[in-house]
Design a protein around this ligand. Sequence first.
Ligand code: SAH
Length: 352
Amino acid sequence: MGKTDIRSLSLEETERLLLDMGEKKFRAKQIYSWLHKKQTDDFDNMTDLSVALRNKLKENCEILKLKIVKKLMSNEDETVKYLFETNDANVIECVLMKYSYGYAACISSQIGCRMGCTFCASTVDGLERNLTAGEMVGEVYKIQNDCKNRIGNIVIMGSGEPLDNYDNIIQFLKIINSKEGNSLGARHITVSTCGLAEKIYDMAELELQITLAISLHAPNDEIRKRLMPIANKYSVDEVIKAASYYAEKTKRRVTYEYALIDGINDSKKAARELADRLKGSLCHVNLIPINDVSESGYKKSSEKTIAEFKDILSEKNIQTTIRRELGSDINAACGQLRKSYADKQHDIDPEV
Ligand code: SAH
């Protein structure tokens, strides 16, 4: 049998594991604190455990470590992009962003993605595998450790579709939130999804204070189907209904992300249609100038078009912001760095 991925366990599960190993229950708290408070990824650092117990842990458990293989720092702002290598030699990317209110990390939920959005670099090579809860907390801890600052906000908006990795995401939230560990409040965490409606309902039932962001990108099914295959499964109406249910249940305002693509979804008619669809719901629209991805051929809308789109929404009382483009000089958009890294490896060694 494989080793237990110990960083993916809650405190209660760690306690059960230790009891099963014939150890005292209180050892679990010590180990959990090493993993999630002091945030070490090496059993040998757990100096208040006996060498015998550390060896036993090494025999039965593993910590799925991440290694920094690349770190790019923006010259334009304080954005840092990390490329981490997983224990099975895959790469994932994360972004550290500095805001006036503190540090935020954008983390990945999967290696690759199977959603197939036509504008997104993360999905070009499909899904490799889900990340475990332990690997996701590892992304946060690694960045925290590297930048020597506390991450006050987390957005699960890197590569992957979080709700396609639902159980691990919920476990991740539980661990990162736990008082005995990193203790980050749910209000400081955003889950961004392309709109897996059933999972949104499931998440609403948990009544966590997580912010939900929906990647809508279109005011109707016709345009959305051109951009996002998931639109064939859930209609815009179904997605908005699920998101509104989430808002009602949690009293948290939902964010709709809308990446503006020249000539595709940026007309005044589209803006009016979007406003009508969202009228009266507890929400906020974040307009994103799309990042060019060479595979897609899409171009970002002009500044003028973006401003006009915003004005139409604002006039109809839909709260709207335009996303600041952080770190555009370091490929900070989704999946672009991982992809360019993989392509380069490919150039060097055609066997890869
Ligand atoms: N799968 C999730 C989270 C990852 S994508 C989701 O769909 O929300 C994170 C955000 O980046 C989404 O809003 C996604 O639509 C957006 N995105 C992807 N590629 C982009 C690009 N080329 N330019 C701008 N935004 C992009």
